[in-house]
Design a binder for this molecule. Structure first.
Ligand SMILES: [Zn+2]
Length: 471
């Protein structure tokens, strides 16, 4: 309806629908269209510029509420783009611009007026701009309130259709001042499919938070796992009031329960994040034993903020991060130190366990350095973040459903015992390794002796092979 192509015989459900279509046509084409007849049976509209033949005759369809275009002259002659269009009314502008106004709550009237004017090419008075903004806001608040009222029925629907899924709703301790009603604070959802699937994922979990832009504020917290084919696997998510310790703790508590991260198994799991505000204290409180990785891209931007800039510095940092042995890490770090002693000191505060492959524990079976999984997931949710709460939750649910289905379809066609992207990686490594010769190093022998309690030589060599494979 935003860009209608009016044609002969076109039918409208109501006069109102036709009027909207004509308004949109007028805006789109810079024409001022006036109504010259409007009664119970007929509507006639024409181009308001003198001598222009453009007109449409609409007639009510017999025994129906519908209206149809019965005659039409679809040519403009001698009429130019109308800058001051009489059809530009606040409610029409509010409706057409609702989405943009929603996405840009910080817009002042002048900004809005100028954007409409320059992008659409018609004049909007200050008064019209104010009125349109006010109407759009009123509509948005109405939608938001309606959505919050639906939360309990949404929960009931989850119980009915997906009983093993876990959700939690927390209401605010503060009640609404005027009505005394309880107010929504947080909601957590972990679908049963995610819970079950996580059992087959790597024990690495990406955590991230992003702002919601529906006008009611709040944040969306998301967690994403890595499946055996190195694809992202969405886990739980929550809508909370903001990024702070209490909301992270609340979220992590349920997450740990749903993913089976019990006290004695905490050490088996690693979380990767941008160390958002309040996140680390929340981990300390709920699951203190888990390992952490700090997204290297984020570490690098912190480094730039701290004043250590330039490509050489960036490359040096990444070389440290990508180093796979402690020796190569140390030599990369020396290179960085040679570039800038202060940067080296700054980095000294940060444990390499959190950001260099050389220090990662191997049981994670994943050497990911950046929180890409969360970033791509959140990017896919960009549209959902503009929507009121129920619409937002539904968009996420539908996305998960189609993603899981798509992956399942793909996997059904796999023939090999090992997943395709891993086969690809192995092929690459195989080629690189083909030129290497195996030699025993004394230190390694010593470590193996420690491990197996110093057995005789033949046995030891066999174990070496074993350990090699283990690594
Ligand atoms: Zn015309």
């Amino acid at each position: 309806m935003n860009d209608p192509e009016l044609t002969l015989g076109m039918t409208f459900a109501s006069k109102k629908q036709f009027r909207e279509a004509v308004q949109n046509y007028g805006f789109k084409n810079g024409k001022d269209i006036r109504t010259i007849r409007n009664d119970a049976l007929r509507v006639i509209v024409e181009c308001s510029q003198d001598g222009c033949p453009w007109r449409i005759g609409l007639r009510k369809v017999f025994h129906s509420d519908a209206w149809r275009i019965l005659n039409m002259v679809d040519v403009h002659e001698g009429c130019s783009w109308v800058w001051e269009n009489s059809m530009v009314k606040a409610d029409v502008v509010a409706k057409r611009w609702a989405k943009q106004l929603n996405n840009n709550p910080e817009w002042m009237m002048t900004k809005f007026r100028d954007t409409v004017t320059s992008e659409k090419g018609f004049y909007l008075s200050d008064q019209q701009a104010y009125k349109a903004m006010w109407k759009a806001k009123k509509q948005r608040i109405g939608d938001t309130e309606e959505n919050f009222k639906k939360i309990w029925s949404y929960c009931a629907e989850m119980d009915r259709t997906n009983p093993r899924t876990r959700y939690k709703v927390k209401l605010s301790d503060l009640q609404d001042g005027e009505t005394g009603q309880e107010r929504f604070l947080r909601m957590y959802i972990c679908w049963d499919a995610s819970k079950q699937g996580f059992g087959h994922c790597r024990p690495l979990i990406g955590v991230d938070g992003c702002h919601l832009r529906s006008g009611s504020g709040g944040m969306l917290l998301t967690t994403v796992g890595v499946d055996v084919n190195d694809s992202l696997f969405p886990l739980a998510y929550a809508i909370v009031e903001g990024e702070k310790r209490e909301s992270w703790s609340w979220f992590l508590k349920f997450l740990a329960e749903d993913l089976g991260i019990t006290k004695d198994r905490e050490h088996d799991y690693t979380f990767i994040s941008d160390k958002q505000k309040g996140l680390i204290p929340a981990f300390e409180e709920i699951i203190p034993g888990v390992e952490h990785r700090f997204c290297v891209r984020h570490l690098h931007s912190n480094m730039k903020v701290a004043g250590f800039q330039g490509k050489a510095m960036k490359d040096a940092l990444w070389e440290c991060a990508r180093a796979t042995t402690r020796n190569s890490y140390t030599s990369a770090l020396h290179k960085l130190r040679a570039l800038d002693e202060e940067a080296y000191q700054w980095l000294g505060d940060k444990s390499p366990i959190e950001w260099s492959r050389s220090h990662f524990s191997t049981h994670t079976h994943c050497d990911m350095l950046v929180n890409n999984i969360c970033e791509s997931f959140n990017a896919a949710l960009l549209g959902a973040r503009d929507q009121p709460i129920i619409d937002c939750l539904e968009t996420i649910r539908k996305m998960l459903m189609s993603k899981f289905f798509e992956q399942r379809q793909k996997a059904a066609g796999w023939k090999s015992m090992i997943c395709p992207s891993i086969v690809g990686k192995l092929k690459k490594i195989e080629k690189q390794a083909s030129g290497c010769l195996a030699t025993q190093c004394d230190f390694f022998k010593f470590e193996v002796q420690q491990l197996y309690g110093g057995q005789h030589q033949v046995d030891l060599e066999r174990k070496l092979v074993h350990v090699g494979i283990g690594i």
